[in-house]
Design a protein around this ligand. Structure first.
Ligand code: ADE
Length: 408
């Protein structure tokens, strides 16, 4: 039996599902081709994904392939309650609701694991981490897939210590995932979150983008497109050089903190914007995080100051006569203050997810308990499907060219 916030929201969630589905044609295409064969019959699949309209398309798809699907959220704040109600009404067991405490979030994940899943789909690594400790460490799990960079970082640390007990496919690292979802998805949904929460003009503002991975690149590009001046902070010299050559000003956090009007952390690292930086910021500066965990901005310091809610998802914190504004309490702003990535990019990510789950079903028993990359043929197939759905045709190499590439 599910536990969700409001069962009466199912019809609203259904409309959101159909809207998302109509923009996720490539996903639908790969599912409908397989649905007759029910390749996931007999498998229980537990997910810890952001429960959005896009995720409902993935989970309904997995169900149509025969799986018993159990859904928990990917974050205590990001569940869309109408989506949870819709999935429940369709026979998916859901343990998730918006605005959860950490204890409630943990309870939901424990409930998901109590269904003894064969496969886990994770976003951030919380469910897989739980499946490695205490009573859940005895569960027989065929394998897992991971949606985000943070999860993979955690599994690599586990792998290094020899602790991984089943194979995990790093869906995040597929090129058709990170180059699109992480860049264009985060880029657009971050602008969306800034507009919904703060609703200020971006043109002419100095936007400090902390981290120039795919997320940071997307955020920088999209904010620049809105007329903002982009400042970038980085610790990786190659990414810093790239940002510099992309035409952005690269500088230290110490310097940037005095200059920025808006700060966006996109690093996956903790302690990026600290007390000493906030003490230097201009009156009225806005801070947001789009990394997976709320560890990038020292929110304990900021929210420990005199605070009031200025607008939905925007806290005004008073610091020695100046006011700083924090979006979504430093949680992943594009999902909390907006709706997450748009369906077209999530279709690419979730197409990878489905193909990798099918790969696990076929090959999981033979795979070593390591973090595995997405196979090149899966990545290519997703891109070709996407191009086809967009009506884009590309060239292929001639025999002569293939021969040329082989010769030295
Ligand atoms: N992560 C970011 N955006 C998302 C979305 N729309 N659905 C699921 N996970 C997401």
């Amino acid at each position: 039996m599910s536990k969700i916030k409001d069962y009466s929201l199912a019809d609203h969630g259904r409309s959101s599902y159909f809207w998302a589905k109509s923009h996720m044609k490539i996903l639908e295409h790969s599912i409908s081709e397989l649905a007759r064969k029910k390749p996931l019959q007999g498998y229980t699949i537990a997910s810890s994904l952001q429960l959005t309209k896009e995720t409902s398309v993935l989970l309904m798809g997995i169900k149509s392939l025969g799986a018993n699907v159990i859904a928990s959220g990917g974050n205590p704040l990001t569940t869309q309650d109408d989506v949870a109600a819709f999935l429940h009404s369709e026979g998916i067991t859901v343990y998730a609701w918006s605005d959860q405490s950490k204890t409630e979030y943990d309870w939901c994940q424990n409930m998901a694991l109590s269904h003894k899943p064969d496969i886990i789909i994770d976003d951030g690594g919380d469910l897989n981490a739980k499946a490695h400790f205490g009573r859940f460490s005895k569960l027989h799990i065929l394998g897992a897939t991971e949606e985000t960079t943070t999860g993979i970082t955690r599994y690599l640390a586990m792998q290094k210590k020899g602790k991984l007990r089943y194979p995990i496919i790093a869906v995040n690292n597929a090129r058709t995932k990170m180059m699109f979802d992480n860049r264009y998805g985060t880029g657009q949904s971050t602008v969306d979150a800034l507009l919904r929460s703060a609703g200020v003009l971006l043109a002419s503002k100095k936007v400090v983008v902390c981290g120039y991975g795919w997320l940071g690149k997307g955020v920088a590009q999209r904010c620049a497109g809105m007329g903002a001046k982009i400042l970038v902070t980085e610790v990786d010299p190659i990414k810093a050089l790239e940002a510099h050559m992309d035409g952005f000003e690269v500088l230290t956090m110490k310097k940037a903190s005095k200059l920025g009007d808006i700060f966006i952390t996109c690093t996956g690292m903790s302690d990026v914007i600290r007390k000493e930086h906030m003490l230097q910021m201009k009156n009225g500066a806005i801070l947001a995080n789009v990394g997976h965990f709320d560890v990038e901005i020292d929110t304990r310091f900021l929210l420990g100051k005199k605070t009031r809610q200025a607008r939905p998802n925007l806290d005004e914190c008073t610091l020695g006569g100046r006011k700083l504004y924090l979006v979504a309490k430093g949680r992943v702003a594009n999902l909390v203050a907006a709706e997450g990535h748009p369906p077209e990019v999530m279709a690419l990510s979730f197409s990878n997810q489905i193909r990798c789950i099918l790969h696990l079903v076929k090959n999981g028993k033979k795979m070593r308990s390591l973090v595995h990359g997405v196979r090149q043929e899966i990545d290519n197939a997703v891109a070709l499907d996407a191009l086809k759905s967009m009506g884009v045709k590309i060239d292929t190499l001639s025999k002569r060219q293939i021969q040329y590439a082989k010769s030295w």
